[in-house]
Design a protein. Sequence first.
Length: 255
Amino acid sequence: MPVKEEWRDIPGYGGWYQISTEGRIRSFRKGHGEKDTRAETPKLMTPRLLRNIKSSSACLRIRLVDVNGNQVFRYMATLMADTWIGPRPPGYNVCIKNNNPEDVRLSNLCIMKRSDITRLKTIGPKTIRRKLPVVKIDKFLEVVDAYPSARQAALASGIPPNTLKDYCNRKVKRTVFAPDGYIYCWDDSRIIWATLRRAMQELDELGLRYNNPFTGRYFDLPQDDDLDIDSNELWWTQALALAEGQLQKDCGVMP
């Protein structure tokens, strides 16, 4: 089921700009020379990815015009938090859950202490993923269970923890299916969809049926071709014809 995108005015800009729950931004200002004229149809804006070579970091930035007519640069993650989450307590900043600076959807943002964000960036994204829950998916591509951590998933499945983490991190190149026949992956939307695409390729090669998570259809595979068989040649058809002939003969009815 597709996610419903909602729009809301960015506070402090007089209703000229709106930002959506999917991290998109649009403007009601007309072109140059008509900055104070409101357009009937808003125009989508394109933020730029700003990279910092010294700190090896990146973030999305957008150029806006404030109520005084001055051009200002704002970070998309901050605009999302100001619009949809609200004021942040002192010492808290916006954190992107999957560590992807271009993914500023509301569902991918959270508010954390600055010290915790710095610690997570220092230890790297692999350690962040270890803190994510783990979902268990069967061969019909249906989620059948979830665990608060990789350790709990390993205890429940009997798979060694390091082996299960390798499947969650997609380090096992030959297959996405663990030794017990299930798929284990981190509870992150991007990771889940990428894992499901790879699982569909494997199941297609094996000729197995599955529930297509992208279309919502049950057993979304081509149906088998009809067999080219003459029904009159089937033994049960001939037997039925002989029985009807014998019945007519016993009743005195000539065919």
